[in-house]
Ligand binder design. Structure first.
Ligand code: ADP
Ligand code: MG
Length: 619
């Protein structure tokens, strides 16, 4: 008999989850479902991410609710919109063969009237983020008087995000005799306090060791100089041609900067953070899920709970501020029994954090060496060979062209042809990694010693973009300007087009931007007497070009492609890099990108590890 049936799940649901590939319950499901099916207890379930908590509460809910009634009977609270949508979708999938199940996802950043309409039409299960839920409660638009179950999913994260008060208020709207089921990956004191305050004698279950990472995840770290971080990161990515990864940064600014640098360097990457509109986030997630993006650059909050299958690598571009977030980050890989690798890029000073993390996850990190240029080239070469071996040949479509092709290549020997096909892609890497320095450092190194000399000797130091002048402006991200706004602001005042503007580096209270040498005067002229929110805008020539040089970043690897070997295996047009961020930049994005992709901008790369302070929300 199907083990879910044995647990007491009805046929219709078992059929639906079988279609989803659920053959047997995960441990949290196996343990939680029987308890929750009694409907008598409050419940606390502690389990690592990726262990199947959604079904652990979702399946029992489907057994307990009365779907002939149309009032809310279950409320699921979770920290982010992505998670909210995901849970709602998952429950709908489990309920595929049950009639009249109505689930509504209630989250901020989307049209509230649609959500209100859905609620009015009648729903039994409300999945919500606390903020929007409160809003709807405040409008008296929902009746929670017959709620039987409240689920607090990712409770630790909801508290981290400061939803404590909101949760209190929402819970007070629900009947006293409801049951509360709390799920969390970790059990900090605050979560414990919630359990004590709102629950009576909860049944407590822990799956795996508390706070411990998933056993299928390997934890690697690379020891590098702070300033080499981006270069090292690219090497790691390049030596994993099939990578499908999530890259974590600490702030949304960093997220955006890395994504833009990667796009510029020809990778399929985009960023996901709290500054994007709901629509933009959905779009990025859709592209990632459909694998039109290879690298998703995200903040902790934005990526919380994201469930995308087959993520091969989680990369901690910056280690998380909160040590507990490491578990959440690495939990994005190795889902549903798969394996995955969690990579951390650390400098000398951060080594002690690795020791701390080892204690938290209960197993050692493995130190890895940043691949040498030649190793990257080798990996790429064999990836090309694999692709040639496994490419699906569409006989019918290619047939008409074959005679012509054969004729053209008739002169070449088999060996020649093989060499040339392989070289098509390989050459780019070969060129890029020629003379690439060793980026690994000694664990006892004190830091930047000798670095400049080495770099200089190899002729590897780069100045700002050729033909551009780097300017300083006394407005920055704290002025609530996006890069697109900044670009528009410069162009409008200087009366120049976006094409004349190069790299824009927005910092907290100031910005560096590059302008074509020929247009610099126009910028000074245009900004003679401009003020922004009552502040005189000041432009100066930046004096610190050199500070900006670091290995690798600026050199484009040939912009006419998606960066990962032509991707003949991914024919969709939409995968072209940067379609998301282009939009975000407004009308100038396209122009800028075209110029960038067209050739070597050659600009140096900034040191991403630099301390950056944001006065506003960072995520
Ligand atoms: P968590 O909330 O614990 O982080 P999820 O509920 O998001 O985990 O589940 C993680 C992944 O595992 C999802 O893709 C889900 O579809 C899958 N999954 C859950 N339960 C099972 C099961 N019993 N068998 C196979 N896959 C499962
Ligand atoms: Mg979950």
């Amino acid at each position: 008999m199907n083990p879910f049936l044995e647990l007491g799940i009805r046929h219709e649901v078992v059929n639906a989850i079988t279609e989803l590939g659920f053959e047997k319950p995960s441990s949290i499901q196996e343990k939680a479902i029987p308890v929750l099916l009694t409907g008598n207890d409050d419940f606390v379930g502690l389990a690592q991410t990726g262990t199947g908590k959604t079904a652990a509460f979702g399946l029992p809910l489907l057994e307990q609710l009365d779907f002939s009634q149309k009032h809310p009977q279950a409320l699921v609270l979770c920290p982010t919109r992505e998670l909210c949508l995901q849970i709602a979708k998952d429950i709908e999938k489990y309920a595929k063969y049950i009639d009249n199940v109505n689930v509504v996802a209630v989250y901020g950043g989307a049209n509230i009237s649609d959500q209100l309409r859905q609620i009015r039409r009648g729903v039994q299960i409300v999945v919500a983020t606390p903020g929007r839920m409160l809003d709807i409660i405040g409008r008296n638009a929902i009746d929670f008087s017959q709620v039987k179950y409240v689920v607090l999913d990712e409770a630790d994260e909801m508290l981290n995000m400061g939803f404590q008060e909101d949760i209190n208020t929402i819970l007070s709207e629900t009947p006293d005799d409801k049951k509360t089921w709390l799920f969390s990956a970790t059990m900090p004191r605050e979560v414990r306090r919630i359990a004590q305050k709102y629950m009576t004698d909860p049944v407590e279950l822990t799956v795996g060791t508390k706070n411990t990472g998933n056993a299928n995840i390997e934890h690697h770290y690379y020891l590098i100089r702070a300033r080499d971080k981006y270069a090292a990161f690219k090497r790691i990515v390049d030596s994993n041609p099939e990578i499908f990864g999530i890259v974590f940064c600490r702030t949304k600014i960093e997220t955006q900067e890395i994504a833009e640098a990667l796009i510029k360097d020809g990778y399929n990457a985009d960023s996901l953070h709290g500054d994007l509109s709901q629509q933009q986030r959905d779009k990025v997630m859709k592209r990632y899920r459909e694998r039109n993006l290879q690298l998703l650059i995200a903040t902790d909050v934005a990526a919380r709970g994201i469930d995308v299958n087959d993520v091969t690598h989680v990369i901690n571009f910056s280690l998380p501020d909160e040590i507990e977030n490491y578990t959440h980050r690495s939990g994005r890989t190795a889902r549903a029994g798969k394996t995955g690798i969690s990579i951390s890029l650390v400098n000398i000073k951060e080594q002690s954090k690795i020791r701390q993390l080892e204690k938290v996850i209960g197993k050692p990190f493995e130190r890895k060496q940043v691949p040498q240029g030649t190793e990257v080239c080798e990996k790429q070469l064999f990836s090309i060979v694999n692709k040639i071996q496994s490419v699906e040949v569409n006989e019918a479509q290619i047939a008409p062209f074959l005679p012509g092709i054969m004729e053209n290549l008739a002169e070449l020997s088999k060996e020649d042809i093989i060499t040339r096909f392989a070289s098509l892609e390989f050459n780019r890497f070969l060129e890029y990694y020629q003379n690439a320095p060793d980026l690994n450092i000694d664990a006892n190194d004190r830091g930047d010693r000798g670095e400049r000399g080495e770099r200089g000797d190899r002729g590897d130091r780069r100045q700002g973009s050729k033909g551009f002048t780097r300017l300083f402006m006394n407005l920055g991200s704290v002025d609530e300007l996006s890069r697109g706004d900044m670009l528009g602001f410069i162009c409008n005042n200087a009366k120049i087009t976006g094409k004349s503007i190069g790299k824009i580096d927005m910092k907290g209270v100031f910005t560096f931007f590059e302008v074509e040498d020929a247009e610099v005067e126009k910028v000074f002229e245009g900004f003679k007497s401009v003020d922004f929110n009552g502040r005189q805008v000041r432009i100066e020539v930046s004096g610190d070009r050199d500070r900006n040089s670091a290995d690798g970043g600026g050199r484009s690897r040939g912009g006419d492609r998606g960066g990962f070997g032509g991707r003949s295996d991914r024919p969709r047009g939409d995968r072209r890099q940067g379609s998301g961020s282009g939009e975000r930049r407004g009308g100038f994005g396209g122009e800028r990108r075209d110029r960038r992709e067209g050739g070597n901008s050659g600009g140096g790369f900034r040191d991403f590890s630099g301390k950056r302070r944001e006065s506003k929300s960072k995520y």
